[in-house]
Design a protein around this ligand. Structure first.
Ligand code: UD1
Ligand code: CA
Length: 455
């Protein structure tokens, strides 16, 4: 294996994003554009990754503080060649360099591997055929088909502008040539910039082979310049992700109506209905069914569980064969054991619910430990917060909580206890007994009339 350096060009300002955020920090699939490029680079196992940054530099660096990256500041953006010149002193004499663009998130690892393989003692560039090549550098070939030069759009003659094979901007070459070529670049051109693309003509003049690898996957070389580009790439990214899931055997009712912003791993016979959003790391066991319009983040759902429509789940774990929703909200720290039922308009936070327990309607359960086979009636509220501190509620196995009950924490409801409907419970309830606490004087007023509207 030859030694590899990777230089990522990311100094461009991104004016057309109309944003205060540096362009490369905008996200595709909830991951920064530059992070996609860095991840591709890391797969190639380079000796060094050098990022040339400029606009918004410190914020960009901070965003990747955990990565092993050499940061090179390009204070004035005088062109792609000038950008690589800034990295020149970091390039190793015995290595090859792969140039990547920081605003091309769908960059293809396989294409990079091909370029690197071809760059042994040669300059390898990635090109593609573009129906409307306006703005791109054209690949100029000899009659024999040999690559002779890259001519930038603004410098091209009318005849050169008819060339549809264009430079993707990704290239690889030995450093012994690159460092030498970099010293020879000039800015005598239409944009008064130092063009990296001028190295092609320099290589040809020196008798160094230039090979152009043509890719058919235009999206893999498409750079993002505007929110229009960003939204288009996001769709392509999502479509490709959905296709992978389908190929793995996941049933997607409509692959165009799925969004994965992170990693979704699925067992066998998983079914996902329309308009679901998965964020962070989500894992779905065998036979899990997710109905329409669910938002699920950083959650593990075990085999056989069904999630009904409009359910929100965040940072939770759900056991096997459970039924959640519709309209349930599981907040961070929720752990549900197997065969639990959580119904509509139930909110659970930082709580553990053991096997076979039901919370079926209109309840808030927070900071609570629920035992096995507990039934929590409609409209039960754990009052866990006194305005300053939070307290825990413990509901032991087989307890039955009647509807419209308030459990004022800290409190323990004993095993097999029954709480009568409409109770406000402020002290521990003993095991096996019926406990109730409600206004005892139920009255009826005869001949009472409802108020009527004043005339
Ligand atoms: C460049 C190529 C062109 C190619 C096109 C593909 C040159 C001279 N031209 O054109 O042949 O078809 O990309 O998209 O290389 N950058 C810096 N510092 C600079 C200038 C640019 O870091 O001073 C970075 C940008 O952030 C971007 C990349 O280099 O990631 C490409 O720059 P851009 O301005 O888009 O290049 P083009 O002129 O479009
Ligand atoms: Ca560009």
């Amino acid at each position: 294996m030859r030694k590899l350096n990777i230089v990522i060009l990311a100094a461009g300002k991104g004016t057309r994003m109309h944003s205060n955020k540096p362009k490369v920090l905008h996200e595709v699939g909830a991951k920064a554009i530059l992070a996609h490029v860095i991840d591709c680079a890391k797969i190639l196992n380079p000796h060094k990754i050098i990022v040339v940054y400029g606009y918004g530099g410190e914020i960009v660096r901070e965003a990747f503080a955990d990565e092993n990256i050499i940061w090179v500041n390009q204070a004035d953006q005088l062109g792609t060649g000038h950008a690589v010149q800034q990295a020149s002193s970091f390039l190793e004499a015995d290595a090859d360099t792969l140039i990547l663009l920081g605003d091309v998130p769908l960059v293809d690892v396989e294409a990079c591997k091909h370029l690197i393989a071809k760059a042994e003692n040669a300059l390898a560039i990635l090109s593609f055929n573009k129906a409307d090549p306006t703005g791109y550098g054209r690949i100029e070939r000899s009659v024999l088909g040999n690559v002779m030069a890259i001519v930038e759009h603004k410098d091209a003659t009318a005849a050169q502008r008819n060339i549809v094979e264009v430079n993707a901007g990704i290239m690889a070459m030995p450093n012994k040539y690159l460092t030498q070529w970099l010293t020879k670049l000039t800015n005598n051109n239409a944009q008064a910039e130092y063009y990296l693309t001028d190295i092609v003509a320099l290589a040809v003049a020196q008798g160094v082979d230039v090979v152009a690898e043509i890719t058919n996957d235009e999206w893999s070389v498409t750079g993002i310049n505007s929110k229009v580009d960003l939204s288009a790439i996001e769709r392509v990214y999502q479509t490709r992700l959905a296709q992978k899931l389908l190929q793995q055997g996941v049933t997607l009712k409509d692959p165009a109506r799925l969004d994965v912003r992170g990693t979704l791993s699925c067992g066998r016979d998983v079914v996902i209905d329309v308009n679901c959003l998965f964020e962070g790391n989500v894992s779905l066991g065998d036979n899990v069914k997710i109905a329409a319009n669910c938002v699920i983040k950083n959650t593990v759902i075990a085999a056989g569980t069904q999630i009904a429509p409009f359910t929100h789940i965040d940072d939770s774990q759900i056991g096997e064969n459970s039924r959640i929703g519709p309209f349930a909200r599981l907040r961070p720290g929720t752990t549900l054991a197997a065969e639990t039922h959580i119904g509509n308009f139930v909110e659970i936070k930082n709580s553990q619910v053991d096997v076979g327990s039901n919370i079926n309607h209109l309840s808030y359960v927070g900071d609570t430990t629920v035992g096995k086979h507990v039934n929590i009636g409609a409209g039960t509220i754990t009052c866990n917060y006194d305005g300053a501190n939070k307290f825990r509620t413990v509901i032991e196995d087989n307890a039955f909580i009647g509807s419209d009950t308030q459990l004022v924490a800290p409190i323990t409801i004993g095993k097999n206890a029954t709480i009568a409907a409409g109770s406000t419970i402020t002290r521990d309830a003993p095991a096996d007994q019926l406990t109730f606490c409600r206004a005892k004087d139920q009255k009826s007023i005869a001949n009472w009339k409802r108020p009527t509207k004043a005339k």
